[in-house]
Write a protein that binds this ligand. Structure first.
Ligand code: DNO
Length: 404
């Protein structure tokens, strides 16, 4: 696997110099400043490529922009409302510009309104470090009492409701504001920072969109995009819902193997692929990671590696982001399965036999704990530790199994 690193652009507190020192081989980035629905121009793409290709002193860094994460799918496209036809045309134009610039792996997601969600961005660990956590009781407090979503109570079990009521009564005001901030203020991936009122308005617009309909909108989107992507040699790869279950009454359609099977089978093309994210899929005990890899094998174009530890095996559940080689998963087996797929591709002579992977997220440790700003989940030392551990596993497996 090609070891890549997510870089948020010139405002990222981690410089390209540091990325090179981390020993990575490629970069994952996005034009976060371009609004969803708009065209990514050749100039803006070239500018980002240049930024990645150079150290801060202007000399060549040896790095390239390998993967786009994400070319955001606009809310209008997801809802098939407003300007969605224009946005689809713009999406195809952006893909054309990317292909002409030599970038052919493009990640996206199809989560309505909110991208990934956590209730606590700095959950204290026994080690003194912090990790991100999703707590389903806190989430219920947010949904029922802070967002005051009509019908929210019906989406939780009686036990969860009781815990949420109790927790809400005891929750200090500061914790309530932090909860709102963490959930709606926008984590990396989403361009917008939303207010509670805006979230309510977004939710209202999904009132009439069932799960079935959103799944159809996804296949409609793909029918519009995949033929163009295939012609351009682009491999689109859909990132799973994070967490992989419905939130705020919004439908989610990319959470499980059967969700993926449906849209992969409907438009069977190498351009219609998967971002295999072990952490997102892994937040459901009924997602078997090895089965997923086996089932999607030749369609996996991009890999995110991280490990979550679930509090329970229920769906939905609470979980936190454990160390990369810990959590409720067998990271070594997952990496072995991915390396096996690479070997299969090498034998087939596929040009894309090397799959880009990145250490996804990281715990805040050591100097990360003092950092100001930067994206939650993306501390330099925590990620570097994750990458180093994953790299070690990869090296050992490659040596033993393939003599590499
Ligand atoms: C979180 C990320 C997500 C991801 C998007 C992909 O760290 O994995 O924000 O980039 O969902 O579209």
């Amino acid at each position: 696997m090609k070891q890549t690193w997510r870089w948020f652009g010139p405002n990222d507190p981690t410089s390209i110099d540091a990325v090179v020192q981390a020993g990575v081989e490629g970069v994952v980035s996005s034009l976060h400043h371009v609004n969803s629905g708009e065209v990514w121009s050749m100039e803006e793409i070239a500018k980002r490529q240049q930024e990645i290709a150079h150290f801060t002193n202007g000399t060549p860094s040896g790095l390239e922009w390998d993967v786009v994460e994400s070319l955001v799918v606009s809310e209008d496209i997801k809802k098939q409302s407003g300007d969605f036809k224009k946005h689809l045309e713009n999406y195809r134009t952006s893909l054309k510009h990317l292909a002409e610039s030599g970038i052919t792996t493009v990640c996206y997601n199809f989560m309505p309104v909110i991208d990934w969600t956590r209730t606590d961005l700095a959950h204290n660990l026994p080690s003194g470090g912090t990790a991100m956590r999703f707590d389903i009781v806190d989430f219920a407090v947010f949904d029922i009492f802070l967002l005051e979503r009509p019908g929210a109570r019906e989406d939780f079990s009686p036990e969860l409701l009781e815990s949420a009521e109790r927790r809400h009564t005891e929750m200090p005001e500061a914790k309530k504001s932090a909860l709102v901030q963490n959930i709606v203020a926008g984590l990396p991936g989403s361009n917008e920072k939303l207010t509670l009122a805006q979230v309510r308005e977004h939710l209202r617009q999904y009132d009439h969109i069932s799960r079935e309909q959103l799944a159809r909108h996804l296949t409609d989107f793909l029918s519009e995009i995949i033929p163009a992507a295939e012609r351009l040699g682009i491999r689109m790869c859909c990132h799973p819902d994070d967490p992989p279950f419905a939130l705020m009454g919004l439908p989610r359609v990319t959470s499980t193997a059967s969700d993926y099977r449906r849209f992969l089978d409907m438009i069977d093309s190498p351009a219609n692929g998967v971002t295999f994210c072990s952490g997102s899929f892994g937040a459901r005990h009924d997602n078997d990671l090895l089965d997923l890899i086996d089932g999607f094998a030749d369609k996996i174009h991009f890999v995110h590696l991280r490990a979550v530890r679930r509090d329970t095996d229920s769906v939905p559940c609470s979980f936190f982001e454990d160390e990369h080689l810990a959590g409720d998963m067998d990271m070594v087996a997952v990496m072995a399965a991915l390396l096996h797929e690479e070997a299969r591709r090498r034998e087939e002579g596929r040009a894309d036999h090397q799959i880009p992977m990145r250490p996804d997220h990281g715990q805040d440790i050591i100097d990360d704990l003092k950092r100001e700003g930067g994206q939650p989940g993306y501390p330099v030392i925590g990620r570097l530790k994750g990458l180093a551990e994953l790299r070690g596993v990869m090296k050992a497996l490659q040596h033993v199994e393939y003599g590499l």
